[in-house]
Design a protein around this ligand. Sequence first.
Ligand SMILES: O=C(O)CCC(=O)C(=O)O
Length: 333
Amino acid sequence: MFKLAFKKFKTKSISPNLAEVINVDTIEDKKDERLESDNQNVERLDISNARTIQTFPGIKPLCDWRAYKLKNHPGIIIIRDPFTERGRRYWIARCLRDYPRTPNIVNLNERLFDDSIRSDWWKQLGQCNDSKEFQRIKTAMRWTTFGYHHNWDTKIYEDQMQSPFPEDLTSMCQLFAFALGYDDFKPEAAIVNYYPVGTTLSGHTDHSEPNKSAPLFSFSFGQTAIFLIGGRTLDEEPSAIFLRCGDVMIMSEESRLCYHAVPRIIKTEKSWSSLLTNEGFDNADIALNLLDLDLLKKVGDPQFWQPFSNYIDDSRININVRQVLNKGDIKLD
Ligand SMILES: O=C(O)CCC(=O)C(=O)O
């Protein structure tokens, strides 16, 4: 069932029937009965009782968040783009410019890419003048890991295999975790996935973490993904849902160990090169020190922002954050 659905959405020769894909933006459109019945699986989540959170740069106030749950997949929560435009730009720039740098690990193969590219991909990409080589370097980047590095061969985390977990990402994840009542959540491992249009991620479960009860936080930026969420085995029929720029998905409870995949990236986002719409920030706000203030300012400069905008014009980025250790443990066995 899962593999068939993956194939159906992946196949390039036919356009998949996108009416089947859950689109949370249509949930409140009471006028259109067809849309409502398409979305019987989705319910708005009442977060009016969510924990009050401090203001956080680049994130809208809690009262403006729209959150949804999937009735057939208990534990999946989607917060529909709670970021401001400056916030989205900030995280896109972090994922491209900073996170794929040494000591973080990237997928780039040492036989195909020299050390300078493997240790600072974005900088070398910016210095490449040959359009064919530029495209080769750009599309080769598929993931970077930090915090505990996931070993894709052994599928285990090791104490010696760690790089520092960025403080800004820790603060941002803990803000969402706290709002949803996961006060003890500790971000300890992250995978940033890069998806040029046309790439996919096949069905898998995330079960390498010794702590399988902590939720997983997933942040999507750039172009839209069709995301499949299934059950604990490949026999169960998955649901397809759009994950759009700025969406935050939480995989908790039963869904934490369920099969999921990204069979398709769809180019839906308009060009990003426009000026930021009247979105300033208060320099005196102490919460600003949770982020890289210099970068937060710079992403509003059209010239600085242009290369990031070009990248995201035909790509998606996903930041996938997990807790590795069980509560009370200070290291892996
Ligand atoms: O890109 C996504 O939305 C999912 C990524 C994922 O499943 C993973 O990193 O394990």
